[in-house]
Ligand binder design. Structure first.
Ligand SMILES: Nc1ncnc2c1ncn2[C@@H]1O[C@H](COP(=O)(O)OP(=O)(O)OP(=O)(O)O)[C@@H](O)[C@H]1O
Length: 350
């Protein structure tokens, strides 16, 4: 268990982490989300005793990291996979960590096997690809067979097979009763991996709840409605009838309509009364990515010039009723969505 109470870190005028309190419990994967520069890495560094809080405190299994007896046997972390002595081979890199931490040497072979690097154990790490470096970093985190694990962006640079492997690894570590705290920018991946979410922005806590509760609380469901493509006038007619009846209607790029503020049976009735035939009337379940974008809108410090959120912001305000996104039986998308490349960053004019 990781517990932060009033955790605060200031660098001069900059408050990187601001009065943060949360618990990361064992037996589940807890996702740590936040826009760039929101304080995730600073928080993780304070958990690991690499940075000292300005005020507040954070403990691991009841002790500050620096006072944990034999800390590497209790806590493993992947913070920066590039922070490796490139002149050493993978085996020696891990062996030196094991020796410094009093971990038996046979664990090196165990973790190399676990992460799939046994065959390249004798190769210098400076020739490693980004994905191999991530696997080596994960191996180092697992060396002490710790009960508490922190991973900062563990799927960075991994191919789809590697991403699936990390997902299954996180889940199996949690299923063994370990505490797994993982930050990521890949919302689709978090939806598939995490049970619980801690979301921060500008150093402050925005949400601490299950993935399912998070989506229900931060998204509004909508209906997709499609009329026969052969008759554009029908689309106009339906848009007008639905708007008159109190719904909000937005055109989708593929010709369908996005309707909010009206239940599906009522949409069907309005279409029937307007004598418009429907080819599609389907509920849309918001994704974690959409819910996250809504929650953190206006709280990002950096934004790309070609803003990928523009389409989101033109949508209606969040519906406090939650629409049908919160219905029982909701489940996250099963197909991983390709991750958007990180945009070029420009400082937001605030
Ligand atoms: N050593 C430092 N000195 C001064 N400012 C710092 C330092 N470390 C972090 N910061 C600032 O604190 C804020 C939080 O940074 P942090 O790296 O924790 O965010 P993050 O959520 O991990 O970001 P990202 O998702 O981009 O990795 C940023 O504005 C950053 O510039």
């Amino acid at each position: 268990m990781i517990e932060a109470v009033g955790l605060t870190k200031r660098y001069g005028d900059k408050t990187a982490v601001d009065d943060l309190s949360f618990q990361v419990r064992p037996g589940m994967v807890t996702g740590f989300l936040g826009p760039n520069g929101s304080g995730k890495s600073t928080t993780m560094r304070m958990v690991l005793g690499l940075d000292t809080p300005t005020s507040g405190h954070v403990t691991v299994n009841g002790h500050p990291y620096r006072r944990l007896p034999n800390a590497p046997r209790h806590v493993g972390a992947l913070l920066d996979a590039k922070a490796v002595h490139g002149g050493r081979d993978a085996y020696r890199h891990l062996l030196s960590i094991a020796q410094l931490s009093g971990i038996p040497a046979h664990r090196v072979d165990d973790v190399l096997r676990l992460v799939g690097l046994s065959e390249v154990a004798g190769r210098r790490t400076k020739g490693f690809s980004l994905g191999m470096g991530q696997r080596l970093g994960i191996a180092a985190a697992l060396l002490g067979d710790p009960q508490v694990l922190l991973f900062d962006e563990p799927v960075n640079g991994l191919d789809p097979e590697g991403i699936l492997w990390v997902r299954n690894l996180m889940k199996s570590l949690a299923a063994e009763g370990r505490t797994v705290f993982v930050s990521s920018h890949l919302m689709s991946e978090m939806a598939l991996t995490a049970d619980h979410l801690i979301v921060i922005a500008r150093g402050r806590l925005l949400a601490d709840m299950s993935v399912r509760e998070f989506i229900a609380a931060n998204s509004a469901g909508f209906a997709r409605v499609r009329v026969p493509d052969t008759d554009p006038a029908q689309r106009e007619k339906l848009t007008s009838a639905l708007t008159t009846a109190g719904a909000q209607v937005l055109p989708e790029q593929d010709g369908a309509l996005r309707v909010t503020g009206m239940p599906l049976p009522r949409i069907s009735d309005v279409a029937h009364e307007a004598q418009v035939r429907l080819w599609e009337l389907s509920p849309h379940h918001a994704s974690l990515e959409e819910a996250y974008m809504r929650l953190t809108q206006g709280m990002v410090d950096y934004r790309s010039t070609a803003d990928p959120q523009v389409g989101m912001r033109s949508g209606p305000a969040p519906d406090p009723a939650g629409g049908w996104a919160g219905e029982p039986g909701w489940s996250p998308p099963q197909q991983p969505v390709p991750a958007a490349a990180r945009p070029t960053l420009t400082e937001d004019a605030r």
